[in-house]
Design a protein around this ligand. Structure first.
Ligand code: BGC
Length: 248
């Protein structure tokens, strides 16, 4: 089969990562991913400059998929929990396509990660209600119904004790509060029980940075839904964004 290469960029609070992705070969990265620290402050202009550097690093000249930790509707950013507030209301699609001179697709980072898992990873072929969650600086969510994405669910911001759940149960909270894996798994269990009460998912895919240490905490989870560990770990956002940009 001829190879179909797409290009994905995942913009996070601390790093911006990119790679070309072989979409005809199970979403494998076609080259090692390249990371540049997210500029501070992470204004749209500064981030756009790094996007250009990432694309130039690979000499990529085609369309790109770009994932952001925000609600993104029709290319426009509508929330900024872990990025600079100046992103709100920015037409990110127009901004990135003008600096790159290429078509771009801009989407939520957890939605991108979920797409990768549903196509090529832990969720491949799964029907019913699947919830893909990323545990990192925040908690990202992607909801799939019979394989179709319901975008921008933002379930890390469900309220708990007067705050966003992610402040208490993200992977960053484990480090910040110096929690044992067991204590943190108990927090994640409370979160998953809440997700279960609201959505009754058949399957929950747990991903993000914390999925690299899945053996330390996933066996300790106490929640009803079937739990699967994401297969793409930290590359899922890149792979999903690349898929979206190529219409795969
Ligand atoms: C953001 C989401 C994002 C998640 C993971 C949350 O704080 O609101 O848009 O998906 O972090 O990065």
């Amino acid at each position: 089969m001829a190879s179909t290469i797409g290009f994905g960029i995942d913009i996070g609070g601390s790093g911006m990562k990119a790679a070309p992705v072989d979409l005809s070969d199970a979403g494998k990265l076609a080259e090692d991913r390249f990371r540049i620290s997210t500029p501070t402050p992470a204004t749209p202009e500064a981030v756009a400059g790094v996007v250009v550097e990432l694309v130039q690093h690979f000499g990529w000249e085609g369309p790109a998929g770009i994932a952001l930790p925000s609600v993104v509707r029709n290319g426009v950013v509508h929330s900024a929990a872990n990025i600079d507030d100046s992103w709100i209301d920015v037409d990110a699609k127009a901004l990135f396509s003008s600096v790159l001179g290429q078509d771009v697709v801009v989407m939520n980072d957890a939605d991108a990660a979920g797409l990768a898992e549903m196509s090529f990873g832990a969720g491949a072929g799964r029907q019913g209600v699947v919830m893909a969650l990323t545990f990192g600086t925040g908690i990202g969510s992607a909801l799939f119904v019979d394989g179709h994405l319901v975008p921008n669910t933002e379930l890390g911001h469900l309220e708990f004790k007067g705050e966003s759940f992610e402040k208490w149960a993200a992977a960053s909270a484990r480090k910040r509060d110096d929690l044992s894996w067991k204590k943190w798994a108990a927090r994640v269990s409370t979160y998953l029980q809440t997700i279960d009460a609201l959505f009754s998912p058949d399957v929950v895919i747990v991903g993000g940075g914390a999925s690299k240490s899945a053996d330390k905490w996933v066996p300790l989870i106490d929640a009803r839904p079937e739990i699967l560990v994401a297969e793409f770990a930290n590359s899922a956002g890149i792979v999903g964004a690349a898929m979206a940009s190529s219409g795969a």
